[in-house]
Write a new protein. Structure first.
Lengths: 292, 135
């Protein structure tokens, strides 16, 4: 049986923990709003670009650029794992890491060579235990401010296109957390290189007319593809950041509620112990008086 | 809406314009071109320059875009710009400050840094924007 003082201390410490989780929840909620706005604002561009690419890819046959058709091999895979810079976000980072691990194991069992590029500190920490020998690089998101991921996405994109041109890998797959809504973020694997035209992109009805390309179809594809890859990375970053905040908000909300329950239980215990002590003292006084 | 052209201008950051207009003039890499309603399907890359949106013969909006694509379909014209700004919102002094900041950043980078090319593009875009604003 803990003493009254112990109980009092514990209630105090749970209360201050609750204050912290409550504050974190509020901060995450505010950040989530901003991250969601940024993700929504970026959507039209990504959608239109995807439609344009789908359109172009449909008319280009086999002779297209390598970024679209691949380099004919799929021996070396690059897995790009996108997680958050910080923890305390429920299972957010763990789910992404889990999917990444499954994917790596599956590819390795097929006899492929797997390289790993990590974006965000948490994924790197988790995967370092098993796959540190396969790490091909790391991009930190620590200095990204106010959801401005443009530079970070650009450097990832450049790294990927350059690596692909140099033959460092044949296929690049991005694993990130897709933001469905505040309560659900779905870890998703998306192939970046060779670029895949999005399924379900609306086909554009040309009414039988032929597209005119200026300067040429190939030149347009050549400039469009790196941008398409950058845009995919950028929207993944924005979604991942919104998902991180949403996940942290939910996790902290649960923690705050847990703390509340805990405080209630501890208070009950404290009151019982206090009452027991008073009763004990009374019995001592009465039995002492009777003995006289 | 047979007599109006649907035009939308989007940059990675946001959608700057979307609506029905009469005429759009955009800076293609092979030369400036105008798009009216019922234009043939057409796709081109863009260079830095001014996109003008006309209603009747009057220029209603001017946007300064950095590279990107223009895509004309029967549904309308879509411009996907790397970066775009509405010239009526832009402020010459602010742009001067941005150019200065970008130049300082450029000086801090090593000669082989891949970010140099990006910054140089940015500076030439801002300088073009500055000139467009002066006119």
């Amino acid at each position: 049986m803990p003493s009254l003082k112990d109980l009092k201390n514990r209630i105090g410490s749970v209360k201050s923990t609750q204050k912290i989780t409550k504050a974190m929840q509020l901060v995450a909620a505010a950040k989530l709003k901003r991250a969601q706005d940024a993700a929504t604002a970026a959507r039209p561009y990504a959608e239109r670009l995807a439609a344009v690419l789908a359109n172009l890819a449909a008319t280009t046959g086999q002779g297209g650029p390598k970024l679209l058709t691949g380099n004919g091999s799929d021996q070396t895979h690059l897995i790009v794992v996108m997680t958050a810079e910080r923890g305390l976000a429920g299972g957010f980072n763990a789910y992404v890491a889990k999917l990444a691990r499954q994917k790596i194991q599956q590819l390795q069992s097929e006899g492929k060579t797997v390289k790993v590029l990590t974006i965000g500190k948490k994924g790197r920490e988790v995967l370092a235990r098993e796959y540190s020998a396969q790490f091909a690089g790391h991009i930190s998101l620590a200095d990204v401010k106010s959801n401005n991921f443009t530079d970070a996405a650009l450097s990832v994109g450049q790294m990927l296109t350059k690596g692909f041109e140099n033959g460092e890998f044949d296929v690049a797959t991005l694993i990130y957390s897709q933001f469905k809504n505040v309560l659900s973020q779905v870890p998703t694997a998306q192939q970046l290189i060779p670029a895949t035209a999005p399924a379900g992109a609306p086909a554009i009805d040309l009414g039988g007319a032929q597209y005119i390309y200026e300067p040429s179809e190939e030149a347009i594809l050549e400039t469009l593809l790196p941008r398409y890859i950058n845009t995919q990375i950028l929207s993944a970053m924005l979604e991942s950041s919104a998902g991180e905040q949403a996940s942290r908000m939910t996790a902290m909300d649960n923690a705050t509620r847990n703390a509340k329950d805990l405080i209630k239980a501890l208070n009950l215990k404290y009151n019982r112990a206090r009452q027991a002590q008073i009763t004990k003292e009374l019995i001592e006084i009465i039995s002492g008086a009777e003995a006289l | 809406m047979a007599d109006k052209l649907h035009f939308s201008l989007v940059s990675p950051a946001r959608e700057l314009f979307s609506g029905e207009v009469d005429h759009v003039i955009a800076p293609g890499t092979e030369g400036e071109f105008g798009v009216l309603v019922n234009h043939a399907p057409f796709m081109t890359t863009l260079k830095n320059g001014v996109v003008r949106v006309l209603e009747g013969d009057v220029v209603r909006y001017r946007f300064y875009v950095r590279g990107g694509f223009a895509d004309v379909t029967p549904a309308g014209l879509t411009i996907l710009a790397e970066e775009a700004r509405n010239l009526s919102d832009a402020n010459a002094q602010e742009i001067d400050v941005e150019i200065e900041a970008a130049r300082i950043k450029l000086l801090e980078l090593d000669a082989g840094d891949t970010k140099r090319a990006v910054l140089e593009h940015q500076i030439s875009y801002l300088e073009g924007l500055r000139t467009a604003l002066a006119n």
